[in-house]
Write a protein that binds this ligand. Sequence first.
Ligand SMILES: O=P(O)(O)OC[C@H]1O[C@@H](O)[C@H](O)[C@@H](O)[C@@H]1O
Length: 232
Amino acid sequence: MPQVVMLLLHLEGVSFIQWLQTTFSGFAEVLLFLTRMGDPRHAFLVYFPLALVFSRSVGLRTLLVAIISEWTNLILKWMLHGERPFWWIKDPEIFEEGKAPHLDQYSLTCETGPGSPSGHCMVTAAVLWVVTSALVSDLSAAPSNSWKRNPIIRAAPWLIYSLILSAAGVSRLFIATHFPHQVLFGTAVGILIGYVFNKVQVQSFRPRMCVVLSAGLAVSAMGLYGILLHNK
Ligand SMILES: O=P(O)(O)OC[C@H]1O[C@@H](O)[C@H](O)[C@@H](O)[C@@H]1O
């Protein structure tokens, strides 16, 4: 993307983060809690085992989507090298000494890896897409006279899904680990991965296919890493 567009996105992003930090300063602990809840590792440690308890097929699809979204996030981060707001404002090539905008620092602010796209938003959006779709299918399959067919009850899972994603995104912005476009990009790719891979019949995978898939993801990630390192 042209440098001037990136500069504009970063400057506008910092202004938005400053506004969030001022407006929600009293909710710092809640937002830190939300950012912890959105940690990609919870896809494997919380959402996958919980989904598996309720349904083997939903559990396995949750695991597949968690793996694909983590892998995609890693690859995109290596390729895009997104800045992190809290570090970006400290770049002396962008701001002269004493002229940089101020951003508050929190205990989880200082992420060290590339920032684009947001892993918290991408993995959460992908994994919860599978869980939410399963809940909605269950409600839709209920007999027509059941309370589950009430339109408000059937809309609730998607409403909760949107609220969780918004909360995760705002929490990442509030602690200045991401620019808004990184959060939006991560969420959009996460939704796409959830939508596409939710259609895969994982329970029919043979062990050999699982091994080939795992090896393919590992080799392609290492290959890309080698290429990027070589062309640095
Ligand atoms: O891209 P994000 O949202 O900053 O996430 C990056 C990393 O954030 C860390 O806090 C997590 O422990 C990692 O698992 C994750 O990859």
